[in-house]
Design a binder for this molecule. Structure first.
Ligand SMILES: CC(C)(COP(=O)(O)OP(=O)(O)OC[C@H]1O[C@@H](n2cnc3c(N)ncnc32)[C@H](O)[C@@H]1OP(=O)(O)O)[C@@H](O)C(=O)NCCC(=O)NCCS
Length: 196
């Protein structure tokens, strides 16, 4: 098994492997899991996931990591930085917990925090942004909790579940991350990994 890349209190992130893709296929084929996603209106295909995986591992602008639980090393979702822009020093954050029994246990919050620590402490990014379906209250709550602020609303951006939803564009700057990271439950773990 690949080594832990970033470790928190409840979860750790490690490099995604080809062996993870069948689980990803099962999650992205489950309408309950994809209920609020921008993507997900078309069936998932293992071959497409494999092509995306190959493209991701050969691109310096894309990094998708596996989210695993510390307790039993279960693979429960993915978290990544996309479109890493070395000039503006920005990237898009995406977090996806595919194992439904793992929702609402704080894993999405911690995975976002671990990814932000990597983005700001190691990659030296200036800004991390995301887009979220405004109808997905738990996701909006997770991102607000870790310090993302709302930049604007994209009206009727998402068509899912027989209706349009607005999308919210959110972001966090490096200075904002630094003022919050000390209050996170995983702060001590992050400090041992990233701060001298
Ligand atoms: C959205 C997602 C990332 C959230 O991760 P998670 O591990 O379930 O979330 P957490 O347990 O860390 O936190 C959820 C928070 O939302 C709150 N919450 C749950 N339901 C809520 C609701 N209906 N309204 C407002 N807040 C809600 C919880 O109370 C918790 O906040 P708290 O810690 O202050 O109590 C995850 O559920 C997921 O990936 N779902 C399916 C795929 C998906 O849509 N991902 C895309 C996200 S953009």
């Amino acid at each position: 098994m690949p080594a832990h890349f970033i470790t928190g209190s409840q979860t750790y992130l490690r490099g995604l492997t080809r062996a993870d893709l069948p689980a990803l296929l099962a999650w992205t084929s489950d309408r309950e899991v994809t209920r609020y996603l921008y993507r997900g209106a078309f069936p998932a295909h293992l071959e497409a996931l494999e092509r995306n995986y190959e493209a991701m591992i050969s691109s310096p602008a894309e990094e998708e990591l596996a989210i695993c639980t510390c307790r039993d090393e279960a693979f429960i979702g993915v978290a990544g930085l996309h479109g890493i822009n070395p000039v503006a020093r920005s990237a898009e954050l995406r977090v996806f917990i595919g194992e439904k029994q793992c929702w609402s246990r704080g894993y999405g919050t911690e995975a976002s925090q671990l990814l932000l620590a990597w983005a700001f402490e190691v990659l030296h990014l200036h800004k991390v942004w995301l887009g979220v379906n405004a109808g997905q209250a738990n996701a909006v709550r997770v991102y607000e909790k870790v310090g993302f602020v709302r930049e604007g609303v994209l009206r009727d951006e998402v068509w899912r579940n027989g209706r349009y939803y607005d999308a919210v564009r959110m972001s966090i700057l490096a200075t904002e991350y630094r003022s919050q990271r000390g209050q996170w439950a995983c702060a001590a773990k992050l400090a041992t990994q990233f701060l001298s």
